[in-house]
Design a protein around this ligand. Sequence first.
Ligand code: ADP
Ligand code: ADP
Length: 228
Amino acid sequence: MIKFENVSKSYPDGTHAVKSLNLEIKEGEFFVIIGPSGCGKTTSLKMINRLVELTTGTIYIDGKRISEYNIHELRWNIGYVLQQIALFPHMTIEENIATVPELRKWKREKIQKRAVNLLEMVGLEPEKYRGRKPKELSGGQQQRIGVIRALAADPQIILMDEPFSALDPISREKLQDDILDLQKRIKKTIVFVTHDIQEAVKLGDRICVMQAGEIVQVGTPGDILQNP
Ligand code: ADP
Ligand code: ADP
């Protein structure tokens, strides 16, 4: 589904953020990238949706080089959730959820139905939330909206960059449970960046451990815990 072939990234200042990465992420897999700050996790993630361009190597999605996709199609097909809550403050929750489906020219009724379904899936009552603005919601609720906004246009892939690390421990656990639940139902390919081993073990089908721009280990949570 997603394949990295000898992928490296050097930033213009000479930082070798990622060094010759080889990696295959399977369809429907919950794939976690873990490692200390600065090891190249975010860079690896952002290369998948071309927010960062590769220096060398190739990334394939469904066997096609990402450079051959139309950039809009590529990004529509890849949901992206960040650590910082990134909802549009002047828009209602429903308008926030509708942004990408509208770009894809989905019909209004289809978008509304989708928004209601997604809100229900993460335990938010549609009637109560649709018309509200982000600032009327708690951090955990906003981040939940961030997650379902990334899912709204039914992308194949979801990239998540430490999406829960700004939350209090209780909201974080709740959202981890929600995302596992969602993953079981919607079967998307998720690439999830964290520096928290407990989170990685809880969520990941497989975990990739990075250090200084390189992969040091890839395996199931069991493999990783047995050979730390
Ligand atoms: P992580 O997500 O694991 O914290 P990053 O991918 O953000 O790691 O960063 C990897 C390395 O690349 C770090 O040394 C970081 O400072 C550097 N880096 C990240 N983005 C840039 C950039 N835009 N310009 C220069 N260096 C960068
Ligand atoms: P993360 O939480 O992923 O580690 P950072 O706080 O390291 O993110 O970086 C935040 C933003 O700053 C990112 O967009 C990253 O690309 C950029 N960045 C990180 N390190 C550098 C750097 N040394 N020079 C320029 N930009 C950087």
